[in-house]
Ligand binder design. Structure first.
Ligand code: AMP
Ligand code: ZN
Length: 460
């Protein structure tokens, strides 16, 4: 299979290193100081697609994802307040409670979006000892140095800095802010360990006094512990390319002399209404908010699948409405095949399977693979087509095997019709009509519950 490598800026043939059939893959996980928004989740849908394609290609996947529960400052470099500490202060809780609460919700979103949980999920605060050792190693090798407020990485010592983003040391020098701080040798050096002021809640003893790790060192230390000095694939969103991932490479080169990953693979951003997603604009939607507006998590997953992971994806509610219609059409076409006794010629099935494999093996061309599925479902009703669609769904992860024909239940037609009307009203944000229909159904003795695949009707 071919995979685009940000490092070489081209599609390369992918094979696991060491000639084994196990792919070792590290994915930068969330900073658990807030609800994950749909942009964050797009990046994890991409991670999941990559894991699923690798498995479909016959590889085992050993995936590691971190949970950042300390050290990610409000600025991706090393300025500002620790995001966890800031939320804890605002919510009058401690950072451990904040981390626990948002990690649980993040994992719930994974479940609702059918995102497979990587084999190892590790939280930064469980690896402080390993991080300290890493920092000590960098100091010993001459890359790390102490200042009044922490241990910094001396970027001028790593001549190849900037390989991923193309931001060379000269660019950094030209763009560096003149800082009042701070004993740093170069304005663009970054913190690998921060000394903690007394009031900082999360802090640990270290050879440099009480402190806490820098965000970048967390990923370097945890990936090395679980996957070794060099592993196959490192993933993240494109925003990580110029700082976080450059710094991870710099740290690994400083400690082990090696770039930690053979392939660096990045998912592009989700925009909202053509612009940046930001809290101040009120457009950072969560999965719960989408459900409230009548879109199931599967519709959101389907929406993501329709754009290639290296293209920006513009989120709009019109786009979601389109995805919903298209997803429902997909489900209806699939059901047509479900209980058919008819077989399909093997050569026809092979043709579709071949096209599907070509698409997913071409740098995860999932939108095109979905096209193959849609075309295939237009074939005359056949059990074989149904089975092959479920096989493709090992990659899509749309839970196609769970799709039921609502009409085959013992719920009367007119009740189903009212429930469908209610769903359409919700999709159009016509809340008054939707509420009236829900009440009417209630009076008739039926309860309509929204589920991840749409809705469920039951007798009260
Ligand atoms: P964070 O929790 O801020 O560390 O981000 C978690 C993941 O979401 C990272 O891999 C980011 O690259 C990614 N991310 C953040 N914003 C967006 C966005 N608008 N679209 C896609 N991915 C994003
Ligand atoms: Zn990371």
């Amino acid at each position: 299979m071919k995979l685009y490598n940000t490092l070489s800026r081209k599609k390369e043939d992918f094979k696991p290193m060491d000639g084994t059939d196990t792919v070792r893959m590290y994915s930068c996980g969330p900073t658990v100081y807030n609800y994950a928004h749909i942009g964050n989740l797009r990046t994890y849908v991409f991670m999941d697609l990559l894991r699923r394609v690798l498995r479909y290609e016959g590889f085992n996947v050993k995936g590691v994802m971190n949970i950042t529960d300390v050290g990610h400052l409000t600025d991706d470099g090393d300025n500002g307040e620790d995001k966890m500490a800031k939320t804890a202060r605002e919510q009058k809780k401690d950072p451990w409670q904040i981390a626990k609460y948002y990690t649980e919700i993040f994992m719930k979103d994974f479940g609702r979006l059918n995102i497979g949980v990587p084999e190892i999920v590790c939280k930064a605060t469980d690896y402080i000892g390993e991080m300290i050792e890493y920092v000590e190693g960098l100091v010993e090798n001459g890359y790390g140095y102490e200042t009044d407020d922490g241990i910094y990485y001396d970027i001028s010592k790593f001549k190849d800095y900037g390989q991923l983003s193309g931001n060379t040391l000269d660019d950094l020098k030209a763009g560096a802010r003149i800082e009042v701080n701070d004993g740093k040798r170069n304005p663009y050096d970054f913190a690998i360990w921060k000394k903690a002021p007394k009031e900082h809640i999360m802090q640990w003893p270290s050879p440099w006094g009480q402190g806490y790790p820098g965000w970048h060192i967390e990923c370097s230390a945890m990936s090395r512990i679980h996957l070794g000095d060099v592993f196959d694939i490192h993933t993240g969103g494109v925003d990580h390319i110029p700082i976080h991932h450059e710094n991870e490479i710099a740290q690994s080169e400083g400690l082990t002399g090696k770039n930690p990953a053979k392939f660096w693979v990045h998912g592009d951003f989700m925009l909202v209404d053509g612009g940046k997603m930001s809290k101040s604009l009120g457009n950072t939607y969560t999965i719960d908010q989408l459900i409230e507006k009548g879109y199931s998590p599967m519709v959101f997953r389907f929406f993501c699948l329709n754009a290639h992971y290296r293209k920006k994806l513009n989120f709009t509610f019109d786009g979601m409405d389109g995805a919903k219609v298209s997803y429902e059409r997909l489900c209806a076409s699939l059901l047509k095949h479900k209980n058919s006794p008819i077989a399909t010629d093997a050569s026809v099935l092979e043709k579709y399977k071949k096209e599907f494999i070509e698409d997913i093996g071409d740098d995860l061309n999932v939108p095109s693979a979905l096209g193959v599925l849609f075309t295939m479902l237009k074939e005359p009703a056949s059990k074989d087509i149904y089975e092959l669609a479920l096989d493709f769904d090992k990659v899509f992860g749309l839970s196609l095997d769970a799709i039921e024909d609502k009409k085959s239940s013992d719920i009367p037609e007119e009740i189903i019709a009212k429930a469908e009307q209610m769903q359409s009203a919700r999709a159009e944000k016509n809340w008054a009509v939707a509420d009236a229909l829900r009440a009417e159904l209630g009076e008739l003795g039926y309860l309509v519950k929204n589920t991840k695949d749409g809705y469920e009707i039951s007798k009260k």
